[in-house]
Design a protein around this ligand. Structure first.
Ligand SMILES: NC(=O)CC[C@H](N)C(=O)O
Length: 256
């Protein structure tokens, strides 16, 4: 419950991408009786929210649609004040800097002191390059999407691995918090030995784990898609750890 006893309003940015799946996952939580879920398409709808989920989809498109809907600047202000979870394309939008952007660059909201590479596992290949020119484009460029078990910490039942669904996912390339930023906490990582063969190098022994879920203050990112599984532990984590505690402390009131 929020400080004044009313329910907590969690928005899901619904301009493009997997917002319906996030809505279903949030409604499945036992906590959902206390949550009011809003699909956000206008600044007014954003203004009602205590917290926001930015879904996966296509980051450049989401940023463009946000600009066209008059949401880009309100979102930037929201990120400074309230809890936000970005999945995949949403994680790209939450990063401070983005590598491998489309020509023309990538607008970001910021919020997390990291650098992220778009399409970090390979770029989306067109029908032409995939089917007509397979010899020119090697197998590695075709493994832009895969599933792998993740090691999780801080979730309920941490001994149970989480099935990570990576769809043309970004890769976190650098954590760069300044001394005054909140520390960055690793919530899930991917062992290089669990990557599909075309992405794995022959010897993983010296390779560091790949960070795929990070929390910084009340912001959270996952480079994969928890909403495409029936395992709702990441949704539960965000609501419990990043939202309920913040709202209870009075740190995330809706904008006036
Ligand atoms: N599944 C996803 O959200 C993919 C992200 C996409 N590659 C992008 O650049 O935004």
């Amino acid at each position: 419950m929020s400080a004044n006893g009313s329910s907590i309003v969690v928005g899901i940015l619904a301009l493009q991408g997997a917002f319906v799946e996030h809505e279903a996952a949030l409604r499945r939580l036992n906590l959902s009786k206390r949550l009011d879920i809003v699909l956000v398409r206008t600044p007014e709808e954003l203004g009602r929210c205590h917290a926001l989920v930015i879904p996966g989809g296509e980051s450049t498109t989401i940023a463009l649609l946000a600009r066209l809907s008059g949401l880009l600047e309100p979102l930037r202000k929201f990120v400074v004040e309230k809890p936000v979870w970005g999945t995949c394309a949403g994680a790209i939008l939450l990063a401070q800097t983005v590598e491998n952007t489309k020509k023309g660059g990538q607008e970001v909201l910021g919020g997390m002191s990291i650098s992220i590479a778009r399409n970090g596992w390979g770029s989306q290949v067109s029908y032409y390059t995939y089917y007509i020119l397979p010899d020119t484009y090697g197998s590695a460029t075709q493994v832009e999407s895969f599933e792998a078990d993740l090691t999780v910490t801080g979730l309920t039942d941490p001994e149970i691995p989480f099935q990570g669904v990576f769809i043309r996912a970004p890769v976190v390339v650098e954590l760069k918090p300044t001394p005054t930023d909140p520390p960055i906490q690793v919530v899930a990582s991917l062992s290089p030995s669990l990557l599909p063969p075309a992405l794995a190098s022959p010897d993983h022994s010296n390779e560091p784990k790949i960070f795929v879920a990070l929390r910084q203050g009340n912001h959270f990112l996952t480079t994969f898609h928890p909403e495409l599984t029936q395992d709702d532990r990441f949704h539960d984590y965000f609501i419990r750890e990043c939202v309920i505690s913040q709202v209870a402390n009075g740190n995330a009131s809706p904008q006036s």
